[in-house]
Design a protein around this ligand. Structure first.
Ligand SMILES: [Zn+2]
Length: 137
């Protein structure tokens, strides 16, 4: 997935900060992060400071192009992740914040149960499950 050329091809202006954000996302595969973590990583790597608005705008642009997704976590910052393998449902440990992807097979089974119960055809499952992982239990 070449995020930078996708932005370029869709008429977005390419800046040094955007380039850095895209490179970071591409090299970390299906990495989950919130804006604060990304901001911190970028500013550790970069000599010139990148402000949070720039990060938000870049993430927004990537989401508009369908390359990135985010999920809301109750009482916490949203997490962002690349839309690379349709893996968009996660379970998060409320104690240590560990994030685990839920397999598409499991999601399909859950969705078919929900569709059966509710008679909804499409269910948006851009959400997270909260729990306690085996180490924190
Ligand atoms: Zn945990």
């Amino acid at each position: 997935m070449n995020l930078l050329s996708a932005l370029k091809n869709n008429g977005y202006r390419i800046t040094g900060s955007r380039k850095m954000i895209c490179e970071l996302l591409e090299t970390n595969l299906h990495f989950h992060f919130n804006v604060q973590q990304l901001h911190q990583i970028i500013n550790e790597k970069s000599k010139s400071k990148v402000d949070r608005t720039t990060i938000y705008r870049t993430l927004e642009a990537l989401e508009e192009l369908g390359l990135l997704q985010h999920s809301h976590i109750p009482h916490k910052s949203a997490i962002y992740f690349l839309n690379d393998n349709d893996q968009n449902v996660h379970v998060i440990c409320e104690t240590c914040d560990k994030i685990v992807d839920i397999s598409n097979d499991s999601i399909n089974s859950i969705n078919s149960i929900l569709q059966n119960d509710t008679k909804f055809n499409l269910i948006n499952n851009n959400f997270v499950y909260i729990g306690k992982c085996s180490e924190c239990n």
